[in-house]
Design a protein around this ligand. Structure first.
Ligand code: SAH
Length: 399
C-alpha cells in the first residue's frame, strides 16, 4: 500500500481530525499512487495517522478513516448507514414524516465522506463526486445505498461530470448506476414540508433542487401572509411556493434561466395555486430590481448563486453582495422584510453581515436584524472542518 509520509511537525491538523492533507505537508510518497487510490498517511516518525483518497492538487489526501490504513469491506454501507441515522434523528428520513421526502443524505466532510454529495429525492439518490476517489468508488457507493435503503431505493444517478476533476482522466458521463425495474423517469415530484416540487436531476442545476433552503423557505412562509413578494434568483420557485401557500397576495419570481422559470410555473400549477397570483420573469435579477418601483414589495428574497468560488474572488464578491443588497433594501416597502443569503463558502458570516451593513448604510434606511439564517441539519458540519459551513443569511426589517 502507498504510504504518504508527512514533514516533521505537520501531523497536528490530522491529530485534530481535520480531514485534509495539503500537498505542502508531504515529505515523501512511498509508491506510485494513481489519483483516487486509498493511501495511508504517516507522521515523520512512522506513526499511522489516517487513510484516504489521494489526488494531485493542493489537497493531496481526503481522509476517510483515522483508524485503519485500509477500508473495511463494509466501509460504504457503514458510513452511509450512519449518515442516514442522522437524517432519521432530525426527523427527515423517518416514515412518520409524511410531509418531506427529500433531503441531503451525504454532505461531504460533514458526514466524514470528503468529496461526496448525495441528495435523496423520494427513493432516487443523485450523487456528485468532487474528487477522483469518490468518482472511482461510485459502484461501491451504489451498492452501499442499496444495502441501507433496501427495496425503497428506486435509482442512483451519477451527476459528477461538472464536479469531478477532469485532469484525473476520468470518463465523466452522467447517468444511472442503478435503476429499479420499471423506473424510467428523469424527474419526479417530491414533497417538502407538504409542498410539491418537480425535480429534474438530469436537466436541473446541481442535483436538481436546492435542499439547503428548506427551513428558510418555511420561515418565509411564516411571514408572507398578505404580502406582495419578490423572489429574486428563484430557481424552481422554492420560496415562491411557500409564500403562496401561506397566503401571499402576489408573488413575482425572477431567474435568468428560462428552464428554471418554466419549472416555477409548473410548480405553481402542481400545488394548485391560481396562476393570477404569480408571475415568472426570465431576467437578470439586478436589472429587474433597478426597474422595480419603490415600495411595491413587502417581502423580498435575495438568494444569488455563489459570487465567490475561491478566496481570490472574495473582495469582488463582497462588493457585489453590497450592491445587490443596497438595491433590495432601498426598494422594499416601509416595514418590509428582506431575506438575504450568501452560499459562498469563502464569505463567512461576519463578512456577509458587514457587506449587508454597508448596503443598509448606502440605502440610508433604518434596518433591524430579526433573524440569522443557516444551512439545515442535513447539510451537516463536521466540528473539525468548519469550512463545511457555507450558507448564511439575514432576515432584515426595513423601516
Ligand atoms: N432560491 C433558489 C436557489 C437559487 S440558486 C431556491 O430556493 O431553489 C441561484 C439561481 O440564480 C439559479 O437558479 C440561477 O439560474 C440564478 N441566477 C444566476 N445569475 C442570475 C442573475 N444574474 N439574475 C437572475 N438569476 C440568476
Amino acid at each position: 500500500m502507498v504510504k504518504v509520509i508527512l514533514k516533521k511537525g505537520r501531523e497536528a491538523s490530522l491529530e485534530r481530525f481535520h480531514p485534509w492533507v495539503f500537498s505542502g505537508a508531504i515529505a515523501q510518497i512511498v509508491g506510485e499512487p494513481a489519483e483516487g487510490d486509498v493511501v495511508g498517511v504517516y507522521a515523520a516518525d512512522g506513526t499511522f495517522l489516517a487513510s484516504g483518497h489521494y489526488q494531485i492538487g493542493s489537497i493531496a489526501v481526503r481522509v476517510l478513516s483515522f483508524d485503519s490504513p485500509t477500508l473495511a469491506p463494509d466501509f460504504w454501507e457503514v458510513m452511509l448507514g450512519r449518515a442516514l441515522e442522522v437524517r432519521k434523528t432530525v426527523g427527515l428520513a423517518s416514515s412518520e414524516n409524511g410531509k418531506t421526502n427529500c433531503y441531503r443524505l451525504v454532505h461531504g466532510e460533514g458526514d466524514n465522506l470528503p468529496g461526496l454529495i448525495i441528495d435523496f429525492y423520494d427513493g432516487v439518490c443523485v450523487m456528485q463526486a468532487h474528487s477522483a476517489g469518490m468518482f472511482r468508488s461510485k459502484k461501491q457507493i451504489c451498492e452501499g445505498l442499496k444495502k441501507v435503503y433496501g427495496d425503497s431505493l428506486k435509482a442512483v444517478y451519477d451527476k459528477s461530470s461538472g464536479t469531478a476533476p477532469f485532469k484525473a482522466g476520468l470518463d465523466l458521463v452522467d447517468g444511472y448506476i442503478y435503476k429499479k425495474e420499471g423506473f424510467n423517469d428523469d424527474e419526479q415530484v417530491v414533497l417538502e414540508n407538504g409542498h410539491k416540487f418537480l425535480v429534474n436531476w438530469n436537466e436541473g442545476q446541481k442535483t436538481g433542487f436546492f435542499l439547503d433552503q428548506r427551513e428558510n423557505r418555511a420561515l418565509v412562509g411564516r411571514y408572507a401572509k398578505g404580502c406582495n413578494v419578490l423572489n429574486l434568483f428563484c430557481y424552481t420557485g422554492g420560496f415562491s411556493i411557500y409564500a403562496l401557500g401561506s397566503g401571499a397576495k402576489h408573488v413575482d419570481s425572477v431567474d435568468s434561466s428560462k428552464k428554471a422559470t418554466h419549472m416555477v410555473d409548473k410548480n405553481v400549477a402542481l400545488n394548485g395555486f391560481d396562476s393570477s397570483m404569480h408571475t415568472s420573469y426570465c431576467a437578470d435579477a439586478i436589472e429587474f430590481l433597478s426597474k422595480v418601483p419603490a415600495d411595491k414589495y413587502d417581502l423580498m428574497i435575495v438568494d444569488p448563486p455563489a459570487f465567490a468560488k475561491h478566496r481570490g474572488a472574495l473582495n469582488n464578491a463582497l462588493r457585489a453582495y453590497q450592491r445587490l443588497n443596497a438595491a433590495a433594501i432601498s426598494k422594499v416597502a416601509p416595514g418590509g422584510l428582506v431575506f438575504t443569503f450568501s452560499c459562498s463558502q469563502v464569505v463567512d458570516k461576519e463578512a456577509f453581515a458587514l457587506a449587508v451593513f454597508s448596503a443598509a448604510a448606502q440605502a440610508r434606511r433604518s434596518v433591524r436584524i430579526l433573524d440569522r439564517l443557516n444551512q439545515p441539519a442535513d447539510h451537516s458540519v463536521n466540528i473539525y472542518h468548519p469550512e463545511g459551513e457555507y450558507l448564511k443569511g439575514l432576515l432584515l426589517y426595513v423601516e
